[in-house]
Write a protein that binds this ligand. Sequence first.
Ligand SMILES: [Zn+2]
Length: 569
Amino acid sequence: MKRSLVVASFFASGLLLVGCTQTSPPPPAASSTAAKIPLSAMPKIESAAVMNHIKTLASDEFEGRAPGTPGEEKTVQYLETEFKKLGLQPGNTDGTYIQKVPLVGITGTEAKPLTVTGKARGTFKWRDDVVAWTKHVADGASIENSDLVFAGYGVTAPEYNWDDFKGVDLKGKTIVVLVNDPQIPDPSDAAKLDPRTFNGAAMTYYGRWTYKFEEAARRGAAGALIVHETGPAGYPFSVVQGNLSEKFDLVTPDKNMSRASIEGWLSNDAARRLFKMAGQDLDALKKQATSRDFKPVPLGLKASLAVKNTMRTIESRNVLGKIEGSDPQLKNEYVVYTAHWDHFGIGPAVNGDKIYNGALDNASGVAAMLEIAHELTQVKPAPRRSVLFIAVTAEEQGLLGSMYYAVTPVYPLATTLANINIDGINQWGRTKDITVVGLGASDLDDYLRDAAAEQSRTLRPDPEPEKGFYYRSDHFNFAKLGVPALDTDEGVEYIGKPAEFSKQKRDEYTEHDYHAPSDQIKPDWDLSGAVEDAELLAAVGYRVTNAEKFPEWKPGNEFKAKRDEMLKK
Ligand SMILES: [Zn+2]
């Protein structure tokens, strides 16, 4: 789920223009009045039904639902059976409920240690000092005497007039870059970050480590190493070390050969040692890197490193069911719901338990999606456009199932009106509000606001924008390609609970249960709030299926240009 620290999103291409501010007043809400039946007149979702799906999907019998395991077989079978029971039609045009997703699992190990020569000479310890891999679908990859260059934050962002590279040729070189996006102090208050540059404290896509590696590949670099720092990364080096276990990726036509040969991280201590060998100081370089005048700094050192891959390919599955639109003119247009079915399967035991049940992450989201599907099969009048429900695979491996659908869609993205994604649901009771990750991005927020008002509830922005959640769940793959996408999270104002309740529960989950075997149904779960959230998402999707026009990105949004271009064709 999007609270994930280790979610790796491997996006092969596409520069994102992130964080543009809105320049014109928002247009009026796009909700159509046509067939807009009030929320109170729509079929209700039963919390017991949601709970029953979670109980099954998160049971030990389903073995933690890892792709490519018997847990996948059980999960896919369950979803197909439930889709059929609901009366959903096969979501794929081949008459099945399945979209096959070819994945390659790569486990990289050190073949030759990171050795640095030149001004000084030294080696770095695998795992403790350096964590590296190759995305090349090959037996291995290496860098040999590759010039090391410090490239600041490794960012090119024309909309902020920012370019860390200044045209320096990086072909065959290895860049060393800082984590997060450039941390520019606010000229009027040095204690804060400048809200006009890289969105202040909120993380833009330029701050995500995935972006750094994509940019290194675009520059033709042979290698890219990120300097780890716990605060700006948002997680300790131990999380980075988790990358040394098997990682899945989509099998792309070029077998990822356009990526840099070596991608990886240096621990902060190792980076300091490296810069010292170069006669440089990390803190001084960091300071330089917060200026627009920054230019890449050749370190006068050459790096060599080799990794060896063990690979296996598996075919995982997205599970798709649809409600065909009732209007013959509009039924080839789609609203798409997504929720990832996968989790981590069986892994290292914690307190004697080795099944990673993923009850919240994301049996709960799939359960909610199934009951939204149920509701939308019952609603009268039936939706005019079609609704597609996709339980996607391999989110925990880097949003791979949704990426596969987005780049290989069953129905064209140009006729896909919206994506509504569910990753985790509220388990702690009713709230006065609902959180929208990336609030203000598209007209979908207006639909949600209208529906929420009918429950006397309000929308709230993401409380932790610095963590870049908008880029960390399945909806992002739709957004990135231009489809307006909505991702909500539980509210924070719990009815009848003290103000600190929400943060306390959230922190408890993050500390104890997140990506741990103890992510299980708890005796205190209360899905009354989740049901209200699900009814809102059902209403949003339903109203979009009946609307007079497509929902749009708000002016200034980083994905708007892509959508406009797509709809012109
Ligand atoms: Zn997760």
